[in-house]
Design a binder for this molecule. Structure first.
Ligand SMILES: [Fe+2]
Length: 296
């Protein structure tokens, strides 16, 4: 799940779906099923055999790509998702996840606005879209579906450092909403939880869900010499614009998963105040102070 940067469109009934940018079609997902906090029960009976087959094929293809490209923490945690032949039941995942880190996954009909998103994370509840892409979208889907949310995000919720970081992000998001700083904070989420790289075993590995659930970007982000790779600093990441419709042109690298949580122990309010006086940076723009990381 990602909050991106949303506005709300008021529907005739139910909660308001999240809308991003301009689109020729309405938001996907049945928001009339959602409660006021945007959560909904996983409608397991609604999955068809074709849905389960899509999940099985996505899981099989993606898990085969992980060695040497994905963080070992992710690879080690992946089996804890459970079933790979069929779409997992959220309550069965939660039995293991809650015991491990106190987190739960909750169903949502699709993208949700920022404040409900932050509120769920602050309470150690991770929103997972409960529908799956069509077979025709096997290679690419615009918005997150259950495969992105479950396969990409949930394994690292079993990791204590990531579990604490995402909760801190949610708590920080609620504060940022009061400071009109959500856009800056959302860039940090984008460049860490969605598209982050970590140093491991003498090289770089992916830990971001947007990468881990993408067949093409996984090798691209680790092996292609084209994109910029920079050590993660809060200021640089929060100033950097990002692409939502292509591979990233800049990736930020951390030394360890624990480093992510350590970043959140400082007060972001003075940081936001400083950043308001600084220009944003286009993706793939090298600044004089940057120290790009070369790949071997
Ligand atoms: Fe995501």
């Amino acid at each position: 799940m990602t909050s991106k940067h949303a506005r709300s469109a008021q529907p005739a009934t139910g909660v308001a779906p999240a809308v991003y940018g301009q689109s020729d079609r309405p938001p996907r997902g049945d928001y009339s099923r959602a409660a006021a906090d945007y959560t909904c029960a996983q409608d397991y009976a609604a999955y068809t055999e074709a849905d389960h087959d899509t999940y099985r094929r996505l899981y099989e293809r993606q898990s085969a790509l992980l060695p040497g490209l994905a963080s070992r923490h992710f690879i080690e945690a992946l089996p804890r998702l459970g079933a790979k032949e069929r779409i997992p039941r959220f309550d069965e995942v939660n039995e293991r996840l809650y015991r491990a880190t106190g987190w739960e996954i909750v169903g949502v009909p699709g993208l949700i606005p920022e404040v409900p998103f932050f509120s769920l994370l602050a309470n150690r509840k991770f929103p997972v879209t409960d529908w799956i892409r069509t077979p025709g979208e096997f290679e690419y889907i615009v918005e997150p579906d259950i495969f992105h949310d479950l396969f990409g995000h949930v394994p690292l919720l079993f990791n204590p450092a990531i579990a604490d970081y995402i909760q801190a992000y949610g708590q920080g998001g609620l504060r940022a909403a009061g400071l009109d700083a959500c856009e800056m904070l959302s860039r940090l989420y984008w460049y860490t939880i969605e598209f982050g790289l970590v140093r491991e075993d003498g090289g770089l590995r992916a830990y971001g869900a947007g990468i881990l659930s993408s067949s093409g970007e996984l090798a691209h982000c680790v092996q292609n010499p084209e994109p910029l790779r920079l050590p993660l600093t809060l200021e640089r990441a929060m100033r950097t614009l990002y692409k939502i419709d292509s591979y990233q042109q800049t990736y930020f690298v951390i030394d360890s998963l624990q480093q992510l949580f350590d970043f959140t122990t400082q007060d972001f309010a003075p940081l936001y105040a400083r950043l308001r006086n600084q220009p944003t940076v286009a993706a793939h723009t090298l600044e004089p102070a940057d120290k790009p990381i070369a790949i071997c």
